[in-house]
Design a protein. Structure first.
Length: 378
């Protein structure tokens, strides 16, 4: 009996000890699971409170602000010129392209609304360069520069030298001037049409139109000829056609602006210019996008060339050249004229320049378009 009792006592002791060990193991397992959950919750909270560092953006960000709308010939040409330099598929440049549409929106509070929109849209973008085309985009960029683009270089194109901001010589600003050479265009027209008695200038009623109107008057006075000057702002195309039917053929038309419909809507130049050619009148222009629609020529400003020059300036800045070492470009006009009118024919087709010597005893003049089409007349 004693032996049996001792055996039972011993077994009971071991059973008790085993139960204690299992209980301790269960407690340790529970603690482990609790600590694991707690660590996960702490990590989740911290990871949401403190963003995980991201690798730095290796791209250079360039904002392009166009004054006008996509589809407007000048704007499309300027943008094509910019992209020919900065969008080559090889560089790490990201282009952000905006259109202000100021030819169709004239609300006095429009700039402020654009400011709010751009501030929200580009809140997380750090720009390296701003390129603006035409005066509205330049005025906007400079007005809100300290709030939107502090200390970011600005390169402009399509802006005339009379712009007040350019006169102030703001820092970190350079670009390409829109320098209309109306005098050279008048000289070409008068050489080719020596019996001209009247110059009709088609203009627009904008601020830049006022600048062109004054340049035209000064250029006409500089010819020293007793010519009749007729300047028409924002003409209705149908009314102008009626005027042409009643006039003698001793005048030249210079296209400095665009036509409108009787409703007030603008008539695209690719529509209005071919209509005018039906009247067999000499047409000259100041901007290259009229080429190919029947004009004779003139000393034309190229939107593509302006955009290309501005982009090349911007590329220098992105490569580290100080803005103050990049002077404003004044000579951006391209001469599309005739051998009969001048000693040299200078044509820039997409940035490629050619110089052609005047032919002797030539009775015809030739105009070259960007599509390499050739027009000639006796």
């Amino acid at each position: 009996m004693r032996r049996i009792s001792k055996v039972f006592v011993k077994q009971g002791y071991f059973q008790y000890e085993d139960k204690v060990k299992r209980r301790e193991k269960s407690v340790r397992t529970g603690l482990y699971l609790s600590l694991s959950v707690a660590c996960f919750l702490v990590f989740f909270a911290v990871s949401n409170a403190v963003p995980i560092p991201q690798p730095p953006d290796q791209n250079r960000h360039v904002l392009i602000i166009n004054s006008y709308h996509k589809g407007y010939p000048w704007t499309d040409n300027v943008l094509a010129g910019i992209e020919s330099v900065l969008k080559d598929g090889k560089s790490n440049i990201t282009l952000h392209i905006e259109f202000m549409d100021t030819k169709r929106v004239a609300d006095k509070n429009y700039f402020y609304h654009l400011f709010l929109y751009y501030r929200s849209k580009f809140e997380k973008v750090r720009f390296d360069l701003i390129i603006v085309s035409n005066k509205d985009a330049l005025n906007f960029a400079m007005r809100y520069r300290d709030l939107l683009f502090p200390k970011i270089p600005v390169v402009f194109c399509g802006v005339d030298a009379q712009n007040e901001i350019l006169r102030q010589k703001a820092p970190l600003v350079t670009g390409v001037l829109e320098d209309f050479d109306i005098k050279a265009t008048l000289d070409i027209a008068l050489k080719l049409h020596p019996n001209t008695r009247e110059i009709i200038a088609i203009n627009d009623g904008t601020a830049i139109g006022a600048v062109k109107k004054q340049i035209f008057k000064d250029a006409l006075a500089a010819t020293g000829k007793n010519l009749i000057a007729t300047i028409i702002d924002d003409p209705v195309l149908e009314d102008f056609e009626k005027l042409l039917k009643d006039k003698d053929k001793d005048f030249v038309v210079i296209l400095m602006g665009s036509f409108r419909e009787s409703s007030g809507a603008a008539v695209p130049i690719e529509v209005s210019t071919p209509i005018l050619t039906r009247y067999n009148i000499p047409l000259y222009a100041l901007v290259e996008y009229y080429l190919g629609y029947g004009i004779i020529g003139g000393k034309l400003i190229s939107g593509f060339h302006q955009g290309m020059l501005a982009a090349k300036m911007g590329l220098k800045i992105l490569q580290g050249e100080p803005v103050d070492r990049i002077p404003v470009e004044h000579k951006s006009c391209l001469l599309y004229t005739s051998d009969a009118a001048d000693d040299l024919l200078c044509v820039d087709l997409g940035g490629r320049s050619r110089i052609k010597k005047k032919k002797k005893h030539m009775n015809a003049y030739q105009i070259y378009t960007p599509n390499n089409h050739k027009y000639s007349t006796e």
